[in-house]
Design a protein around this ligand. Structure first.
Ligand code: SAH
Ligand code: SF4
Length: 398
């Protein structure tokens, strides 16, 4: 475990991140260059008081050890916060009074302010969070027959500039902290609890590219899966990437599931719709998927957005099948969710069914992902950090 953690932290070093993100051409490079070194936003108070939600169990143990406390105290505090959902140290009655008084000097519970909570007619919910400095992110809850999946954001905006994605239109303005990600879960968890419900799965498919913010993403996963706290199963967590290939082994090491946004049947089209493909092409990406599947024993989810006339033709279903048959995977196809100014159109339902049927005929494991939450603009690829001029005002077409 320690070995694994140290490998993880060295792979996560800033230098490694910088190297892996050294995209040298195209809009992604331009976007990265425009914001070469984003300053870490650290309020002065954080120097003395850390955000409790940023601390893994091991971090908390270390801090408390430094304060001369017994080892088991970390477990007690973690249980109060994550299992009993108490965020006032004074109420943690099995701790000594002076310890309770000491804790608020070191830690605070900082979480984004909920600006809006919306419920769709189909059961989808969406939260809009104010993460400070006029920035906001969205979290979406997607219900299905047997699960409640929470789709969390990892960044405000996204530098990967995929042409069909609403978030990709906005440059990345902030990498969220681990605490910001944990708080997205807790806010949904507390809200659902009032209705007698529980989040069953988490997908990193909200705003942002999780592997462009690996330090916070994997720390949040460590926190959410810790048995002293929430204790979510790692197999219920999926990290989705547009294809930052050198970071994919981090997903394997973290023991969570991998989804990859493939979205095109060949490099020529993928270069056009996903600039990251110019840095790491489909072969490199699928090699990394095969490696993940081999080491984890788990199938990779390949996501494929159907863009009318661009990626939805029947011969492209065959091309997709040939391309991916060497990868232990299931293919999730999803019809493009339209947004103004994208230049792409949503294929009609018949074409979507034909595409799916062709993949099934060939023997692929394929699922059609239903578009949900359209009435509250919570659908995939429609999330935005621009509270002003939000897509609530967009025409509903397609
Ligand atoms: N950045 C990560 C995770 C967030 S995007 C990634 O790209 O994988 C989540 C998913 O939404 C991706 O699979 C992406 O291809 C898909 N998506 C983006 N815009 C979309 C749109 N307008 N319609 C349908 N799916 C979209
Ligand atoms: Fe970023 Fe994912 Fe959107 Fe691409 S699809 S721009 S990686 S959020």
């Amino acid at each position: 475990m320690d070995l694994q953690n140290s490998a993880l932290s060295s792979a996560l070093s800033t230098e490694a991140t910088r190297q892996h993100l050294s995209i040298t051409e195209g809009p992604v490079a331009a976007a990265l260059e425009a914001q070469p070194e984003l300053p870490e936003v650290q309020p002065a108070s954080e120097v003395e008081r850390r955000n409790f939600f940023d601390l893994s169990y091991a971090d908390l143990q270390l801090v408390l050890k430094g304060l001369g406390k017994e080892r088991f105290r970390a477990g007690q505090v973690y249980q109060w916060v994550y299992q009993k959902r108490v965020e006032d140290f004074a109420e943690m009655t099995n701790l000594a009074k002076d310890f309770r008084a000491e804790l608020p000097e070191r830690f605070e519970f900082r979480r984004p302010r909920v600006m809006q909570e919306l419920k769709s007619v189909d059961g989808t919910r969406k939260w809009l969070h104010d993460v400070g400095d006029g920035l906001s992110v969205e979290t979406v809850l997607i219900p299905s027959k047997d699960r409640l999946t929470l789709c969390v954001s990892s960044e405000v905006g996204c530098n990967m500039a995929c042409r069909f994605c609403y978030t990709g239109k906005q440059k990345m303005k902030r990498r969220l902290s681990a605490g910001d990600i944990v708080a997205q879960f807790l806010i949904a968890h507390d809200s659902l609890k009032r209705d007698g419900l529980r989040v069953s799965n988490i997908v990193f498919m909200g705003m942002g590219e999780p592997l462009d913010n690996p330090e916070a993403v994997f720390k949040s996963i460590e926190i959410l899966t810790d048995p002293n706290g929430i204790g979510l199963s790692k197999k219920k967590i999926t990290v989705s990437t547009s294809g930052i290939v050198p970071k994919i082994p981090l997903v394997t090491q973290a023991g969570v599931r991998l989804a990859v946004s493939l979205n095109a049947p060949n490099d020529a089209i993928r270069d056009q719709v996903m600039p990251v493909n110019k840095r790491w092409n489909i072969k490199e990406l699928l090699d990394a998927c095969v490696q993940h599947a081999r080491e984890s024993g788990d199938r990779v989810t390949l996501e494929y957005v159907l863009l009318k006339g661009v990626t939805d033709r029947i011969e492209q279903a065959r091309e997709l099948y040939e391309l991916t048959r060497r990868v232990p995977c299931k293919i999730n196809i999803i019809a493009f969710n339209e947004h103004p100014g994208s230049g792409f159109l949503r294929p009609d339902d018949e074409q979507v069914s034909r595409f799916q049927a062709e993949l099934i005929r060939l023997g692929a494991h394929v699922l059609l992902r239903k578009t949900m939450g359209r009435d509250i603009f919570a659908a995939c690829g429609q999330l935005t950090s621009m509270y002003q001029g939000r897509p609530e005002t967009m025409p509903l077409n397609g």
